[in-house]
Each structure stands twice: as structure tokens, then as C-alpha cells.
Ligand binder design. Structure first.
Ligand code: TA6
Length: 317
């Protein structure tokens, strides 16, 4: 296959909803990913059977500048709300560009389905957050259907000033039924409860299950978290690097009803588990660069974080 045709197979630039620019990544076994340049936001991740693994609300706006409800919104330069910046910062509300000069891939990777995007502040942005930066985002669909996001944020201030930020990949996983979902890997950890004035508690249970609204920032978590969808016999495995915390959120019925861009019953089919850096903000001096990665995979459901080797599960009858 010629390199042009091959490239088209792996990476296709096209128009999405409302004519917004979109990139489709495809792998030979049939898995795919969609990334909108608006927000630098992944809005679809399908396995080789064409099953959608991320949640995007049926009422999501694909009309800038409002963020798209679902997929993987990027929260930068802040997670949540502090001072004058809007909730979750503004990276998810901006138009990103394809990066003409991406950082080199590590030599040993054979990944072909990837896109490099870049975001720099506009003069308007500098007025609301007085710093200059280069935010490079690489979205990669691996040969086995895994989805990797790598963020590289460099301080390019020429005034010698450092800047400090918090960050999250606000990932919305699609689940069959939230009441059948269990999260493993966060047991016994401390968390800040956003429903109780960010008070600090310690998680007691042996796995996290859901019966009502949850909005917690788990602190200094393991690098691997498992999200088990019992009904669908599917486990999502989230691996993260450079992102010590993890946010777990489901709005439940009352909050969902109050949100215009999510269906009243849709909370039953989503769980946000967000690789994040919240408790200890990151500070960069001019010229310094921070890197934060998350890698998502979906494996058969009997795999639990660290208890069973997914390869053994895959080979078992
Ligand atoms: O990640 C949890 C959270 O901070 C919740 O408090 C809720 O606000 C959610 O994010 C969605 O925020 P958004 O600004 O996207 O509506």
C-alpha cells in the first residue's frame, strides 16, 4: 500500500459536526478514535468491533466556545474553579492546530495512527491568564486499540516569569449501567469531597460503587486504576504518568436534570475517572516543560487492577 493511502488509513482529516475540523485515527484491526481540533478533544474511541467506549451526551453542543459534553475534555490551566478563570480553564474552549513541528517519537514505537496538536495563547487569552506557553497534545491509537494522550506544556514566557497550573484529562467512560460499575485501585486513599466543601476523607470501601452523586479528588493514587463494567463484562484500565491524582465524578439524576447538555437519564451510562494534577499544582520556569500521559485500554471484565494478569485473562478459555 502506498504511503499516501496508508497514511489515509491511519490518519484522516475531515469535517465533523457543524463543520468543525476533525481527525479520525484508524488501526488495521478496526479500532478508531476521533479528535476535534476544537478543544483538542477526543470525542470517540471505538474498539475493533466498532463499540463506542467513551460517553458523549446526545445533547452535547458542538458549537464553540461551549465545551463538548463528553469524550476527553482537557482541563488547563486549571482544574475546577479558582479566581477569574472559567471552570476547568480554557484549553477545551479553544481551537487547536495541527502541530507542524511535533516532538520526535521514541525510536521503538511502530505507532502510525496518531495526531499532534498544539495550542498557544491568543492575545485575548494572555489578558485573562498573563502567560505564554506551548501546549502540545499527542493522541495515539495503538495497534491493539489502546488510546494514549500525551500532553507537553512548556513555559515560553519572555518576561522571566514562572507559571503554576493544575490539569486533568476529564475522561467520560461509557458504561452499561452506573449502578453496575466498580472502580478498583482507589481503596484506602485520601480524597477531597467536592460535595462537602472539599473536606478531606479516607476511602473505606474495598472498591468504589455508585448509588448517588459522586465528585471526589483522590490524592496520590497508584498509576493504574480499573473501571469494571459488570454488565458488559468489560474493564477499562487507566494508566497515568505525571498525574498523581484521580477525579471520580457522576452527577446522578438531580444534577443531570440541571445540566442543559446532558440527557436526564444519561448519567446512568457515564463515569468520569480523570487522571489529574490537582492537590499539588505544577510550576514551570521559562523554558521548562511538563509532561502528563494517560493510556486507556479495555480488557475482558475478569481482570481487576493488579489481581489478574490481563494477558492470562485474554488467553484463558
Ligand atoms: O470533574 C468533576 C467536575 O469538576 C464536577 O464538579 C463537575 O463540575 C464536572 O467537573 C463537569 O464540569 P463542566 O464544567 O464540564 O460542566
Amino acid at each position: 500500500m502506498s504511503t499516501d493511502k496508508e497514511k489515509l488509513l491511519y490518519v484522516e482529516h475531515c469535517k465533523g459536526l457543524n463543520g468543525l475540523e476533525k481527525v479520525v485515527l484508524r488501526e488495521v484491526r478496526g479500532s478508531s478514535v476521533e479528535v476535534y481540533l476544537f478543544g483538542g478533544q477526543v470525542t470517540s474511541w471505538k474498539n475493533e468491533y466498532g463499540e463506542e467506549l467513551l460517553f458523549v451526551s446526545s445533547k452535547a453542543n458542538f458549537k464553540p466556545p461551549k465545551a463538548i459534553r463528553g469524550g476527553i475534555p482537557i482541563c488547563f490551566p486549571q482544574f475546577a474553579t479558582h479566581g477569574s478563570l472559567e471552570q476547568h480553564g480554557f484549553a477545551r474552549n479553544r481551537h487547536w492546530s495541527v502541530d507542524p513541528d511535533p516532538p520526535p517519537f521514541p525510536k521503538n514505537t511502530s505507532n502510525k495512527a496518531f495526531i499532534d496538536l498544539i495550542l498557544r495563547p491568543s492575545e485575548e487569552d494572555v489578558k485573562i491568564w498573563p502567560h505564554r506557553y506551548e501546549f502540545r497534545l499527542r493522541v495515539t491509537l495503538g495497534p491493539g486499540g489502546d488510546l494514549m494522550l500525551t500532553s507537553r506544556i512548556r513555559n515560553t514566557n519572555s518576561d522571566g516569569k514562572s507559571f503554576t497550573f493544575t490539569f486533568a484529562y476529564h475522561t467520560y467512560f461509557y458504561v452499561s449501567d452506573i449502578s453496575e460499575v466498580r472502580i478498583e485501585g482507589l481503596e484506602t486513599l485520601d480524597y477531597l469531597d467536592n460535595l462537602k466543601d472539599k473536606e478531606r476523607f479516607t476511602e473505606q470501601g474495598d472498591a468504589i460503587t455508585f448509588e448517588s452523586e459522586v465528585d471526589k479528588v483522590y490524592l496520590s493514587t497508584p498509576t493504574k486504576i480499573a473501571i469494571l463494567d459488570h454488565e458488559r463484562k468489560r474493564t477499562f484500565v487507566l494508566r497515568k504518568d505525571g498525574l498523581p491524582d484521580a477525579v471520580v465524578w457522576n452527577p446522578w439524576d438531580k444534577k443531570a436534570k440541571a445540566m442543559p447538555d446532558i440527557g436526564d437519564e444519561e448519567y446512568k451510562h457515564m463515569i468520569c475517572v480523570e487522571a489529574a494534577c490537582v492537590e499539588k499544582p505544577i510550576t514551570l520556569k521559562p523554558g521548562e516543560e511538563w509532561r502528563g500521559r494517560q493510556e486507556l485500554s479495555a480488557v475482558p471484565s475478569s481482570y481487576c487492577s493488579g489481581q489478574l494478569d490481563p494477558l492470562k485473562v485474554m488467553q484463558s478459555s
